[in-house]
Ligand binder design. Structure first.
Ligand code: NAD
Length: 411
């Protein structure tokens, strides 16, 4: 199965419940524009290197398109297309005035120096600057990119279009970024986890959690859950998993990662396990917060956690999702679970356009409000229609996009 098929299948399950016509389904699923560009740079040693960059603009019926930029060797058009469509439903589920887009470059960033990464980013923007912008399509960080990369994007974009901080979000706070943006995806995962536990009648302190991925999303999720006194028993990154049955010392492991180049390799205060073992731990909650497609029909039968919160985009393949749903596993879907990031990006964009900065408390309060309202709507729809949280979230998102499309006039 290809990545785009996965989002298409989830879309289809919801569309069946909504009795959408075939034509409407095709209209809503087909991306508006797809661009693939060659990005050539000179390496530090004078050699030439070429990479392929992508930007897919899926839908703009509810506002400018919004979506992250991923730097990873596995990036291809199919994956970017799938993630762009996911962004359309995500921005609609949390009801912020955006459409969906996504981009990426197929590159292993560990093979590049900082200067090479900057050259690559600037060359990519040279190629796509005329198809992005604050009223058109606004990139943001995703796997392999960060605030520094966003700062280069803004600077390069402004060389063509003049002062325009709202052309990209996830910027450093010193360069028109927003307080609370960096933590927002993980914080949002934490806020929604607490809401979910409350609805399920589970005590947070009795919910042992395993988190796969300790980058931006995984580490901020761990920090939030640790502060909420939820026992985080395992975390992992590319170097493997780290497990402690009676709970990890979250602040200790956060400090360790910070002091070791954001990497957990060598952490010795926990038992070393593999990433595969982490997914199959006997815990109450699993939070995949790294790559997509990590839970398939092969390992789904061995997943023991009764609750899965999808902090990563697309961590569960649809056939595994069906298997888990039949077993009664509660899954909080990516289009809601990790929507805190794009919500705080929206706050950053709004601040940039107002030329007025919000304080951290305001950002956190607004984030809590938006996510709580969205969670309540998704939860109520799922209870009322006896549907999974995923199908309920898709119905909410597709309904909003569909109405905007029809109201705006299709032809
Ligand atoms: P990141 O690059 O900051 O961190 C990724 C983490 O995954 C790192 O700890 C890395 O070591 C780990 N990792 C990489 N390959 C792995 C492997 N094979 N096995 C286990 N771990 C591995 O990325 P991020 O921004 O934290 O994004 C993580 C996920 O969350 C992605 O699916 C992304 O699309 C999604 N997401 C991110 C944001 C955001 O604001 N950053 C928002 C929404 C969704």
């Amino acid at each position: 199965m290809r990545a785009f098929d996965a989002v298409g299948i989830y879309f289809g399950r919801a569309a069946d419940q909504m009795d959408l016509t075939e034509n409407m389904r095709r209209l809503l699923l087909t991306p508006k524009r797809e661009v693939q560009v060659q990005v050539a740079i000179e390496r530090d040693n004078g050699e030439l290197a070429t990479y392929i960059g992508f930007r897919v603009q899926h839908d703009h019926s509810r506002g400018p398109m919004k979506g992250g930029l991923r730097y990873h060797p596995d990036v291809d058009l199919d994956e970017v297309r799938s993630l762009a469509s996911l962004m359309t439903w995500k921005t609609a589920v949390v009801n912020i005035p955006y459409g969906g887009a996504k981009g990426g470059i197929a590159v292993d960033t560990t093979t590049l120096s900082r200067r090479e990464l900057e050259r690559l980013t600037r060359k990519f923007i040279d190629q796509i600057h005329d198809m992005i912008g604050p009223d058109i399509d606004i990139p943001a960080p995703d796997m392999g990119t960060n605030a520094e990369v966003m700062a280069w994007i803004r600077n390069q974009y402004e060389k063509y279009h003049g002062f325009n901080p709202a052309c990209v979000t996830g910027k450093p706070v010193e360069l028109h970024g927003s307080a609370g943006r960096e933590e927002a995806t993980g914080r949002g995962v934490g806020i929604l986890t607490l809401k979910l536990l409350s609805r399920l009648g589970r005590k947070p302190q009795d919910t042992r959690v395993a988190i796969q991925g300790f980058g931006n999303v995984g580490s901020h999720t761990a920090a939030f859950l640790g502060q909420a006194e939820i026992p985080v028993v395992a975390v992992s990154d590319i170097s493997g998993g780290y497990y402690r049955a009676d709970g990890l010392n979250v602040s200790h492991i956060l400090n360790y990662a910070r002091d070791h180049g954001d990497c957990l390799a060598g952490y010795s205060e926990a038992e070393k396990i593999s990433n595969e073992q982490l997914l199959e731990l006997d815990v109450e909650m699993l939070i995949p917060a790294a790559l997509g497609g990590v839970i398939s029909v092969d390992n789904a039968p061995r997943i023991k956690a009764p609750i899965i919160v999808e902090a990563a985009n697309g961590p569960i393949w649809p056939d595994a999702d069906e298997m888990l749903e039949q077993r009664g596993v509660t899954i909080l879907p990516d289009i809601l679970a990790n929507a805190g990031g794009v919500t705080a990006s929206y706050f950053e964009w709004a601040q940039n356009r107002q030329h007025y900065q919000w304080g951290l408390n305001r950002v956190r309060q607004e984030l809590d409000r938006v996510l709580s309202e969205s969670f309540q709507q998704v939860w109520e729809l799922s209870v009322e229609r006896k549907l999974s949280l995923r199908t309920a979230a898709y119905i909410l998102g597709i309904g909003r996009v569909g109405r905007a499309t029809v109201l705006g006039g299709i032809t």
